[in-house]
Design a protein around this ligand. Structure first.
Ligand code: FAD
Length: 329
């Protein structure tokens, strides 16, 4: 029997949806008899632990330490020490974290502490013939997908891209146990001084089921208002290419890509985006890509399930009219 350890991420007093996705990812590679354990790290784990109990894991471990109040907010020493301690105690076969700032910082540090292997940004997980986990992850800026199989017998530490797995759920009855966190977390290298919430209205890009993105082909800032209006009607969010952001047509917080945000919506619709590999690195996890571009040879059409060769303005006008008709009928 092996243990698969999921490290929960928190949003206030509850675990995030991505934590449920990690449980689903763990279930995808669990064998009969394996145990899925969710670790909740918090300075006050009582309420959070209860929200983790509804994810369908076999048990929830809550770790309480005042240093964990700063978890994921600049200081990673405490969560790294806590997860390492749990790993040393339970000897899990694998540790799963979300591909977020928190997971991307904590995962490799834990892997180094426990002498394990590390795979970043996994978009697929399966069981390999050697009994280890096989992961699929984008490489070369999203231009190719590579499969890796963990070798050796060390702990397999991996981060999973959000929204790839449907979140697992259960009857809320996973037993909750507390775990003694190490009190000495060493030197804290960074401390959170202030949090400035990014001003955003509507759905967060990373959580949106539909993302409408615009690029340099739009020719200026005004068209982004039309794309935003379409995104609002569809309950989606607005994205952009770096070229559009660099031109000052839209804020960089909307940038999708290698140096922007990663999104994996059900539908990703682009207007006037060429589909450079650095852009595709941020949206290749989308279930369906729809591209509108006046150049039939544009790279984006290689990745798009549906494409329209034409001027973005005319296509958007027709698409918007069709959406409005649907909303009325
Ligand atoms: C290290 C590095 C990191 C990078 N990170 C990112 C990143 O995170 N995100 C990102 O997006 N880019 C990134 N880039 C930049 C990337 O390489 C491209 O330059 C950028 O994505 C191009 O943006 P674009 O598609 O909007 O513009 P362009 O490449 O100029 O494409 C514009 C497209 O619009 C089409 N078009 C023009 N007029 C119309 C019209 N009227 N109707 C319909 N279509 C029209 C054109 O045919 C063309 O295909 C990065 C580059 C580097 C080197």
């Amino acid at each position: 029997m092996a243990i698969l350890l999921v490290v929960a991420e928190l949003n206030g007093n509850v675990v995030t949806e991505s934590t449920g996705e990690l449980v689903a990812a763990a279930k995808a590679v669990a064998s009969d008899g394996d145990e899925i354990v969710v670790a909740v790290l918090s300075d006050d784990p009582a309420i959070v632990g209860a929200s983790a109990a509804g994810l369908g894991a076999d048990r929830v471990l809550t770790v309480q330490h005042e240093a964990l109040a700063e978890m994921g907010a600049g200081s990673f020493e405490a969560p790294v020490a806590a997860v390492t301690a749990i790993s040393n105690s339970l000897s899990p076969a694998a540790i799963l974290l979300s591909k977020s700032d928190f997971g991307s910082n904590v995962g490799p540090r834990v892997a180094a502490q426990v002498g394990g292997g590390f795979a970043q940004d996994c978009i697929g997980l399966s069981s390999a013939s050697n009994g280890r986990i096989s992961v699929t992850r984008p490489v070369y800026g999203g231009n190719a997908l590579a499969e890796y199989v963990f070798s050796g017998d060390g702990v397999q530490v991996l981060t999973v891209r959000p929204t790839i797995f449907d979140p697992a759920s259960g009857d809320g009855a996973s037993p909750i146990e507390s775990f003694d966190a190490p009190t000495d977390v060493g030197k804290i290298s960074a401390r959170l001084v202030e949090t400035i919430a990014e001003e955003s209205k509507g759905v967060r890009l990373e959580d949106a089921d539909v993302v409408i993105s615009g690029g340099r082909g739009l020719g200026g800032p005004e068209p982004f208002e039309q794309l935003q209006a379409l995104a609002d009607v569809l309950g989606g969010a607005l994205g952009a290419s770096r070229a559009a952001c660099d031109a000052g047509w839209i804020d960089h917080s909307h940038q999708i890509g290698l140096t922007g945000k990663s999104v994996s919506p059900n539908v990703y619709i682009t207007f006037g985006i060429s589909g450079a590999s650095q852009h595709m690195a941020g949206c290749s996890g989308s279930k369906v890509i729809v591209a509108v571009n006046k150049d039939a040879d544009a790279n984006i059409f290689k990745d798009a399930r549906f494409g329209v060769v034409g001027d973005w303005g005319k296509v958007l006008e027709g698409f918007r009219a069709a959406v409005d008709d649907l909303a009325v009928s």
